[in-house]
Design a protein around this ligand. Structure first.
Ligand code: MEV
Length: 315
């Protein structure tokens, strides 16, 4: 028996880094998906095949012995088959439309689709149960994850998140399109987050003022989203990028990409940790193609996405 599920990637629209210090962030699911197929096998092995490599391991291997980016899948498979009375193996196949490891939510989408596909072989779980499993799985690679990424990948649409209040859905359906460009510079989220912490410690007063400004900006964006006011959202993207520049998570290449992308779009900024990874520009049907053309002319890899309102899909 085969069980299949797919989940969307995500981007952080506003608030990365400041969210670590208690400010609200706004995230949205994007219409690029990861599909996971799981099937029972009789070889008593856990086998995972993906475009970032393969893994074959025995069930009940301690999780810290699984040295692979596919560890969350192993965790889910092992946890689920341990609960079954009958001994069995599992084969898991992963297909991704999302570039991996560039801040577009590939790991959260893997965890959500993986939890649904693997558990789906044995029993139907509720969305809340799948979310809990997915967050546990993501913790095997990002122990401090807030759970916001898995949440937006599971439910789709837009969410707001802060450390104190957790996440809640934003009930608006703005009609923008995002042009995402990949700097192809590798980055370590852990390292960039630690540099920001150092910046904060050296500049307490300035940082605290920026947190207040970021907070006001986010509240303004929530109103702009309700009104589908793309110009207002774009202005705030440009403002937010300035704060990211000040805290030191940008670099020359990212600045150049943002400058090019801002020319025709409503605004552009880094998404995620920065230091590398991706930037995005806010567009609609009138300026999307020009923005893409301009980035491609400058030899930057880019593609456009819309908000995904489907979230997790099971087949
Ligand atoms: C990384 O995608 C987002 C950061 O805000 C870190 C975090 O929230 O854990 C930079």
């Amino acid at each position: 028996m085969k069980s299949k599920a797919s989940a969307p990637g995500k981007i952080i629209l506003f608030g990365e880094h400041f969210v670590v210090f208690g400010i609200k962030a706004i995230l949205c699911a994007i219409d690029k998906r990861i599909t996971v197929t799981a099937e029972k096998t009789f070889d008593n092995k856990i086998t995972i095949e993906s475009n970032i490599g393969n893994l074959v391991a025995d069930p009940k291997t301690p999780i810290n012995k699984i040295d692979s980016p596919l560890r969350p899948f192993y965790f889910l498979a092992d946890m689920i088959i341990r609960k079954q009375e009958e001994k069995s193996g599992l084969k898991i196949t992963v297909d991704s439309e999302i570039p991996l490891g560039v801040g577009l939510g590939s790991s959260s989408a893997c965890c959500v689709a993986g939890a649904a596909a693997i558990s789906g072989i044995f029993e139907k779980k509720s969305k809340e149960e799948i979310l809990q499993m997915a967050i546990e799985a993501e913790k095997t690679i990002f122990p401090n994850t807030s759970g916001a990424d898995c949440t937006v990948c599971l439910y789709g649409g837009l969410i707001q998140y802060d450390k104190k209040n957790g996440y809640s859905r934003i009930d608006s359906e703005p009609n923008f399109e995002l042009v995402i460009a990949n700097s192809k510079i590798e980055h370590s989220t852990k390292e960039v987050v630690s540099n920001v912490k150092q910046f904060k410690e050296k500049n307490e007063e300035r940082f605290s003022k920026m947190c207040t400004q970021e907070n006001e900006l986010i509240e303004d964006v929530l109103v702009c989203l309700k009104n589908n006011d793309l110009k207002c959202i774009g202005r705030n993207l440009i403002k937010n990028q300035k704060y990211l520049e000040i805290i030191g998570v940008s670099n020359e290449k990212l600045r150049n990409m943002i400058e090019i992308a801002t020319k025709y779009s409503f605004g552009a900024k880094i998404t995620g940790a920065g230091g590398g990874g991706c930037i995005f520009a806010l567009t609609d049907e009138n300026n999307r193609e020009k923005t893409i053309h301009q980035l491609k002319e400058n030899e930057y890899d880019c593609f456009s996405v819309k908000i995904d309102f489907r979230g997790l899909d099971t087949f």
